[in-house]
Each structure stands twice: as structure tokens, then as C-alpha cells.
Design a protein around this ligand. Sequence first.
Ligand SMILES: Cc1ncc(COP(=O)(O)O)c(C=O)c1O
Length: 346
Amino acid sequence: MPKEVIDLRSDTVTLPTQEMLEAVKNAKLGDDVYEEDPTVKQLQDLAAEKMGKEAALLVTSGTQANLISLMSNCNRGEQVFLEAQSHIYWYEVGGVSTVAGLFPWTIQANGSIFNPEQVEAAIRPSNIHYPSPSLVCVENTHNRYGGLIVTPNQLENLNKVAKKHGLKLYMDGARIFNAAVALKIDIKELTKHVDNLMFCLSKGLSCPIGSIIVGSQEFIDKARKNRKLLGGGMRQAGIIAAPGIVAMESMIDRLAEDHENAQYLAMKLSKIKHVTIDLSKVQTNIVTFFLDPSINSDLFVAKLKENNILGLTQSKNTIRLVTHRGIEHRQIERVSSVICEILERN
Ligand SMILES: Cc1ncc(COP(=O)(O)O)c(C=O)c1O
């Protein structure tokens, strides 16, 4: 019998639940470009209410959500502050400049979330030589920093600096529910300090497609137009929204299980020779660890694959494994014993 594959590359590999597929079958549909799809409206109302914002908009992906949000928060030619390791800067094909026409100004935070002092230091006084700044973006949880959480207190302080300088604060909250679940707080504690944000349905929440932008009605009206501009206006999008409703009603609390598995994996890894891991930084469902410089991380990932375990190389000597629905404790046991075997043989 072929061995099962344990796929820890990302929480985006999760498949929809049976309940989601049933919801798709039974969804009431309409034309969403005419704002006539009742299931999309229900999901958007649910999202806005849960996040404590006026309105919400369903879009196709996290990348599209970020791009639309940048376009709707800023005018072309303006400057946007991004953390240097942020997803928007690293992995979104440079849409911030090529499509949104914005000037990205990065702030290097060195393994932690950028602090208000760093943001304040980066804001230059008004000058004819400089583009006008308009937006600060923060990522929560932080993907390249191993799912690190930005706390309500950090968000509040970032927002104070942003507002002092007349800037908006936007949150790439692709995994914002992971942060709320890990902190055991209401999601509004995290959303109330930002002007607007997006979150993904298609990651740990297990939906097949979709992200949601939330913010003021005025902002969402702009976002709707920008979504159309980008070809993202959808017709019977209720078939995407229906699993989203299931996700928001029943898939959030279970993220705690993914966090427990991540903690367990991290603890096991910390005992393996040639591995360095900072356990205090494993806060949600992403486990990032470092191999001794003598070990080729691409070869290491290839060896994992030979053992039916899939992971990712994040950069030289940095490996990323992500827990999600479908990954169980016993599989974590197998992953850690295979890693131990590969590295102890090294
Ligand atoms: C923090 C963050 N933002 C945005 C995205 C983009 O989402 P998508 O893959 O749906 O475009 C991701 C994807 O992993 C992410 O981790």
C-alpha cells in the first residue's frame, strides 16, 4: 500500500469539508456584479459584522485582496510603507508598483514586527523631492516570520503613529483568525486599530477559494470598482461564498488544534541535532526552523519528499512547515522521526 503523503507546505492545501460541498449545492445564487447574489451578501454581512467594520467584499484571492486594498486606500504615485519581509513585497509579483502605481518604502524589522519608532523614523517630512506617503501595511500573522502575531497593543501603537502623520493603517490579515484564536481574544480586538483589512477563507479555514476585504462603506465601494477593473467581478459567486459561511461559522475555533500540532512539532524539532528553532516564535500554525549551514536545505526538502513529507525551503537553511486541518498528532510524530533520521545520518 502506498504511504500517505503528509503535506506541510502550506495551509492552502486544505480541501473543502463535506458540509462546504453541501452548502455549494444548496446555495441560493444571483448575479453578484449586479449585487444580486444572496449568498454573497450573507457572507459579506457576516464578515463585516464579525470584524466590526461597516462593509465587506468577497474577492478571489489574498493577492487580489491586497492589490485592491492598496488601490482603494491610495492614489497612484503615493508612497506605501511595507515591512521588508511582508507577503505584499515578496510574493505578489510587484503588483504594488506595476498595477497599483505605488512607491513601496520598506522597513526592515529583523525577525519581529516593525515597531512604531521604526515607522515614525521612516516617515520623511513633506518635501518636493519625495512622493507623498499615504498608507502603512502590517501583516498579521506574519508569514515569513513563521506565523508571528501582531498584538492589539502593537497595532494600537502603529495606528497612533500612522494617524499622527495622516496615514491609514491596512492589515494583510490572511491568517488573522489564527492570531485571535492563539491570543484567545475576540477578533475585533485586532481589527479595531486598523482602517481596513483582508483575510483569507482559503487557508486554515479550508475553503477552496476566496478572501474578504473589510472596512468602511466608502472604502468597500471603491474596492468593488477596483475589483471590477481587475476583472474580478464575479457572477454566481454564491458557490464561493457558501463554503465561506460554513468556514466563518464553524472552522475558526478548530485552528487551535493546528497551533497545538505546530507547538508539538517545534518541541520535537528542538531536540534534533543540526536544527535551530526559537520556540517562542512558534505562535500559530507555521513552524520555521534553521539547519546548520553545512546542510543543503534543498537537498533536505528533497529527502523529506522521498519520505512522502512535503515542506518548503524559505531561504538558505530555513525550512517552513505548516500545520492545518487534516494533519494529526500521529503524522507529526512521523515527520519528526523522519527529520531526526535524515539529519542524524548527515
Ligand atoms: C500573509 C499573506 N498574505 C497574502 C497571501 C496571498 O494569498 P493568495 O495565495 O490567496 O493569493 C498569502 C498567501 O500565502 C499570505 O501568506
